[in-house]
Design a protein around this ligand. Structure first.
Ligand code: NAP
Length: 458
């Protein structure tokens, strides 16, 4: 069975899940499509608002239950998992409250006649999601589309099946009608079949470039709209006038949250000036030394195991590749003697442009630090990447921050802070980090039919 909960702290198989059959897929598509038609004919926005608020209420009521499911699936710290559940509740409340306003018809300039457009559902959507935020990734697509009236079908990562199942049970418990949201344990072949089905009207994927390219190709071949949230190699610029006290409080979260397995983790730290560079390397080393790896269920643990044995091997392989090609290890890269998938926080410096790791996302607790002489060089280095997801600028001068941020080729810039995600902030990237946005009013519109109604003059 491909779908298994293997606890990353012990590598024990806790539960295996049977794959769904083609008949299950057919039933999910039929139920979703019938519900789309019903919602289209009858409306139902008020009912859905109540049901989505109920989802939020249940998440808050059973926060520990849902958090533990995620910790057991992919190893994240229980404390961080609880934060994820709270964020999911906030996203559900946000879209429940905002949908009516977001769905209002929009008047158009009356040049050639009277025109407006209405915003309508398009049909059943298919989502493919990754394991690093097992609930949040689903919620980003489910909540807005539930309010719009687009039912959703999920294929979650094979290593977090219990989370996928728990999300489905949550939606059901909140009273959402059958067909609103369906989790299916599918093969890649069945995913292709679903995407080709005429009842599916859009595809959202969060994951790797490889997964994204493959799903986008299937969507394109079947003329389905797609939205892709892919990886990142986010730059964190430390300009000469950066506040080092603030930096000190930012580094741990920016790189080690979720054991570094965050698409918008700060992965490349770029420091302007020799003196600041040395000071910063020491600061990161001292910060990484404080990480306490251990039982993810315990509150005192601050570094979780990676999500799978394969993920650990991949990150260790990437560190080796970097070092074999001339990178220096300023801290870390030692084995942690434990059956769990722990990787010691590691600081790499002296990565040259021809090092194969230079343009590679490291999805684990590894910081790469670069030294440059000027702000212009910092911007050029930040932009010398095939990715463009997020990034950070640290400077005490707000005008300088705005100028530098505008020059970075990325989808999101965070100022004097690490990455963040809130319901009202659009989330997404450019270049190989994907296209489209999730969350906020922009994410709400991702799968909306902007339907023109026009009466010409004369
Ligand atoms: P992945 O291998 O692409 O997997 C993501 C999802 O896609 C999983 O459900 C996976 O299923 C599925 N999948 C992959 N290839 C598929 C195919 N050909 N057909 C059908 N389904 C397919 O990604 P990952 O390595 O697990 O996730 C980490 C990546 O996600 C990182 O690069 C990270 O930066 C990125 N990410 C991006 C964002 C964002 O918002 N931009 C957020 C979080 C993570 P299986 O598990 O069954 O293989």
């Amino acid at each position: 069975m491909a779908y298994k909960t293997i606890y990353p702290y012990t590598n024990e198989v806790l539960k295996e899940f049977d794959n769904h059959t083609d008949a299950d897929l057919e039933a999910a598509l039929a139920a979703g499509h019938a519900l789309y038609k019903k919602w289209r004919a009858e409306g139902g926005l008020e009912e859905r608002k109540g049901q989505l608020h109920k989802v939020a209420e249940l998440l808050r009521r059973d926060v520990d239950k849902y958090a533990e499911v995620m910790t057991k699936d992919m190893g994240k710290l229980f404390t961080e998992a609880k934060g994820e559940v709270e964020l999911c509740a906030a996203i559900a409340d946000y879209f429940a409250d905002k949908a009516e306003e977001f769905l209002k018809p929009r008047e158009l300039e009356a040049v050639h006649g009277e025109g407006y457009y209405i915003k309508q559902a398009v049909g059943v959507l298919f989502m493919v999601e990754p394991w690093n935020f097992p609930f949040y990734q689903i919620m980003r697509v489910f909540a807005p589309n539930f309010m719009i009236g687009n039912p959703t079908v999920l294929k979650h990562a094979s290593i977090c099946p219990a989370s996928a199942q728990a999300f489905e049970e949550l939606v059901k418990e909140a009273g959402a009608p059958a067909g609103s949201f369906k989790n299916l344990f599918l093969t890649y072949g069945q995913v292709s079949k679903a995407i080709a089905d005429p009842r599916i009207q859009g595809v959202a994927l969060t994951g790797s470039e490889r997964g994204g390219a493959s799903i986008a190709a299937e969507a394109g071949a079947n003329l389905k709209k797609s939205a892709l949230e892919l990886g990142g190699n986010d730059a964190f610029l430390i300009l000469e006038d950066a506040d080092f006290e603030l930096l000190k409080d930012t580094i741990f979260f920016a790189r080690l949250y979720n054991a570094g397995q965050v698409c918008t983790s700060s992965k490349r730290f770029i420091v302007v000036g020799e003196e600041n560079y040395r000071k910063f390397v020491d600061m990161v080393v001292e910060t990484f030394k404080t990480a306490k790896w251990g039982d993810p269920m315990k509150a005192e643990t601050t570094l979780a195991p990676l999500s799978s044995a394969a993920a650990k091997e991949e990150v260790l392989g990437q560190i080796k590749l970097a070092v074999d090609n001339g990178a220096r290890v300023a801290y870390g890269n030692q084995e942690i003697d434990h059956p769990g998938n722990f990787v010691m926080p590691t600081v790499l410096t002296d990565i040259s442009k021809d090092n194969p790791i230079y343009n590679t996302e490291i999805f684990g607790p590894v910081a790469s630090i670069y030294k440059v002489d000027t702000e212009e060089e910092a911007i050029a280095l930040a932009n010398d990447s095939s990715y463009g997801l997020g990034g950070t600028v640290f400077s005490s001068d707000p005008e300088r921050v705005a100028r530098v941020a505008a020059q970075i080729e990325t989808g999101m810039t965070f100022v004097n802070s690490g990455w963040a995600s809130h319901p009202e902030l659009p989330f997404g990237g450019i270049k190989n980090s994907g296209y489209g946005r999730e969350l906020s009013h922009l994410g709400f519109d991702a799968f909306v039919n902007e339907h023109l109604v026009f009466t010409p003059k004369g």
